[in-house]
Design a protein around this ligand. Structure first.
Ligand code: PEP
Length: 272
């Protein structure tokens, strides 16, 4: 299908460029690591990333290790980011880390609304939308996580839940902000469980996300990178990345093992 056929309009050059979706594989270290093991992992990732083609590689590390990541990855073919950001600016917000602080340490990305933040730390859709908004305004690229629990899937409300999470953000920032963002579909039942969504199951939700965004703006939807996350490993990555609307992965456990993580990055590059 041509761009014109899909959108029903003749698009300007910038819009045509927008639809060339790049692949992205981002590691989410969660609350793992120490200085010594990070050093080995970051150096291995940096070395292997030299040969990557057709994919951008990122690591989202705990705050205290941003400086170390910046030191080791500066100038490499790997970018880095945080796993959360404060919805506030600087001031009396004990424990909170601002977008400006993340930028000072060279972050390009920040994960927003990870299911662990939503369920364990009680972040509502409104708080997630506020964090997304702050990240966009600061010039960080938010990786917005959406996804349903097992119960919600079994109740057949996956699209309702994901649509609600998405609408909260679009309602706050407007759809145009998604040009500067990434979405990660992460079914909660697949995170850290070893249970991956079947490629077709994931594709169905990715297609839904794209169509929900297209209802606001078809060009933005075409250019939107939608990652899949949930027990992705080297062994199952290639199949997932053959799906039309899967533009890469958000990788938890497997991002702590350099060989495994880089194999996933290579699989995403090949699927390009
Ligand atoms: C995650 O934490 O975002 C994630 C996808 O974890 P895992 O790959 O370990 O399931």
């Amino acid at each position: 299908m041509t761009l014109t056929a899909y959108t029903g309009k003749i698009l300007p050059i910038w819009a045509a460029e927008l639809v060339m979706r790049g692949r992205l594989v981002a590691g989410n270290w969660k609350s793992n690591g120490d200085l010594a093991s990070n050093q080995r992992l970051l150096e291995d990732v940096r070395a292997a990333a030299r040969d990557l083609r057709g994919v951008e590689c990122a690591v989202c590390v705990p705050y205290p290790y941003l400086f170390q990541s910046q030191q080791i990855l500066a100038g490499a073919a790997v970018v880095w980011g945080g796993q959360d950001v404060s919805q506030f600016g600087s001031g009396a917000f004990t424990g909170a880390v601002t977008a400006a602080m993340l930028l000072e340490f060279g972050c390009r990305y920040v994960i927003v609304g990870h299911s662990e933040r939503r369920s364990i730390f009680g972040e509502s859709d409104a708080v997630v939308a506020a964090k997304f908004d702050v990240a966009i305004k600061a010039g960080l690229t938010p990786i917005l996580c959406v996804g349903e629990t097992l119960r919600e899937r079994e109740e057949g409300v996956t699209e309702t839940v994901v649509g609600r999470q998405l609408d909260a953000v679009i309602g706050k920032t407007g759809v145009a902000a998604l040009v500067k963002a990434v979405i990660a579909y992460e079914p909660v039942w697949a995170i850290g469980t070893g249970r991956t969504a079947m490629p077709e199951q994931a594709q169905a939700v990715h297609a839904y996300v794209r169509s929900a965004v297209a209802a606001h703006d078809a060009v933005v939807a075409d250019g939107l990178r939608i990652l899949y996350g949930g027990s992705v490993k080297a062994a199952n990555a290639a199949q997932l990345f053959t799906m039309r609307d899967i533009d890469g992965g958000l990788i938890g456990g497997a991002s702590l093992v350099a060989d495994e993580f880089m194999a996933i990055c290579r699989a995403a590059g090949r699927g390009q």
